[in-house]
Write a protein that binds this ligand. Structure first.
Ligand code: FAD
Length: 416
């Protein structure tokens, strides 16, 4: 359908009844080549790349609620790839490369805005870590630089760079290609493009059990009945350990609430993203004008999508320290998601001990930025039954071998 001015006007009078749905609401078939459990950005991206690049089109995405209703639609959308370790930084950077062209790739405006990301340092040790990380980034071909306080003051005049604060700012790392995107649009864009290629997107379909025979996945029990599958990918973020347990797998994942909040809309005052893992907060301004603010995870395991008041208070204190004007701004909304955290703050993207069952989890507080890259390499892993070179170190068995990929320092906000 063409959306000319008159067409739009007509639609507005008839309640948009004849608008084409962006993706087909599919009925569950009895069998699929691949089933992806979880209709967040990562699951939908995986299905899209399976269909688009690997030509596997008998694919279903099963989502227990509505697509994007998990962490994808609840996150603060910061995108960057300036991580420390080669094993993770290269995958995040693959994602940043895909973000550059994602709107055109999906023919859907995901509103990627590379407005730059600053990670602040408040102590000599922070600055040593920042310099080390920037050095490692440059060796990996990732755009990254150290910025000192005078230059920070010039670039972000609204930030309190005074040396008299409790945690004075001694500098920052800066990634120019970093930025933000529109979270819902990422889910909708991948869903629409995958659906066009024949992927079934089945919402309100909760996976409640798994059939494993002789060490191999055969099918799933769902709230819409049983379904058979040759291969299954688990991509359920905060519910990873629940789903893995259905196949008898124990993951070293903990699930914790992570919250965020937005202010009333303001005139444009902040044209970049500022994060501090020391004072524990980060901020950007949305295209609508709201300040989008987040902090660290709650200090307990939980599955409520609310978050505790004292963590909220701590985050607000941190932001007022960095941006004193915030004490006079009204906050409009607060919410939380459930993030899945691994001991080394790095994800698992790969095979499981059950044949033909794969898992993508453990992105913790920072998996939105990886959405296209993680979907891309996970699709490759499922199709070829072996990892892509970019996720070959992100295995589940690193927690047995001890070959951890320690990203605690670069994870942006506290994961523990
Ligand atoms: C407040 C907050 C702020 C964040 N900020 C950032 C940020 O700025 N930058 C960043 O990079 N990352 C951020 N993150 C992390 C990021 O949101 C996640 O890592 C990422 O979105 C995970 O995507 P996903 O598709 O794996 O998971 P999700 O979007 O959570 O999708 C998983 C889906 O699985 C479904 N599901 C669960 N159980 C079942 C079942 N039994 N059957 C069927 N479906 C099931 C869920 O309903 C859900 O829709 C933030 C997270 C939160 C909560």
């Amino acid at each position: 359908m063409r959306y000319s001015f008159f067409n739009l006007l007509k639609q507005s009078f008839n309640g948009h009844k004849s608008w084409e749905p962006a993706w087909k609401e599919a009925k569950l078939k009895p069998h699929y080549d691949v089933i992806i459990i979880g209709g967040g950005g990562h699951g939908l991206a995986t299905a899209y790349y399976l269909a688009k690049e690997l030509k596997i089109r008998n694919v279903a995405v099963l989502e227990k609620g509505y697509i994007g209703g998990g962490n994808t639609g609840r996150n603060t959308t910061i995108i960057r790839s300036n991580y420390l370790r080669d094993e993770s930084a290269k995958l995040y950077n693959h994602a940043v490369d895909l973000w550059q062209d994602l709107t055109r790739e999906l023919n859907f405006n995901v509103m990627y805005s590379s407005r730059g990301v600053y990670n602040l340092g408040h102590s000599l040790q922070d600055m040593r870590n920042i310099e080390r990380r920037v050095g490692a980034n440059i060796l990996n071909g990732i755009d990254s630089e150290v910025v000192l306080p005078d230059e920070l003051k010039r670039r972000i005049p609204i930030m309190n760079t005074s040396s008299k604060t409790r945690y004075p700012i001694l500098g920052a790392s800066y990634q120019k290609k970093g930025g933000v995107a529109r979270h819902d649009a990422v889910a909708w864009g991948f869903a629409r493009a995958a659906s066009k290629l024949g992927v079934d997107i089945v919402q309100n379909c909760e996976v409640t059990g798994m059939q494993v025979q002789q060490g191999q996945i055969k099918g799933l029990q769902t709230s819409k009945g049983e379904v058979q599958a040759d291969k299954v990918g688990i991509v359920v973020a905060g519910h990873s350990s629940v789903l893995a347990a259905m196949a008898g797998i124990r993951l070293p994942v903990i699930s914790r609430p992570l919250q965020a909040f937005v202010s009333e809309p303001l005139k444009p005052i902040l044209n970049t993203v500022v994060m501090s893992s020391q004072v524990h907060g980060y901020i950007s301004q949305s295209n609508k004008g709201d300040l989008v603010i987040g902090g660290g995870v709650d200090g307990y395991t939980g599955y409520s999508q609310r978050g505790s008041p004292h963590t909220l208070e701590h985050t607000v204190q941190a932001m007022i320290e960095l941006f004193p004007f915030i004490s006079r701004v009204r906050m409009n909304r607060q919410w939380a998601g459930i993030v899945d955290i691994l001991p080394d703050a790095c994800p698992i993207v790969g095979k499981t001990p059950v044949k033909n069952l794969y898992i993508n989890c453990g992105w913790g507080t920072g998996g939105f930025k990886a959405t296209p890259g993680a979907g891309h390499v996970f699709a490759h892993t499922i199709a070829n039954d072996e990892p892509h070179k970019l996720n070959s170190a992100l295995t589940l068995d690193r927690f047995i071998s001890g070959a951890l990929v320690d990203e605690q320092g670069a994870s942006g906000v506290a994961q523990h």
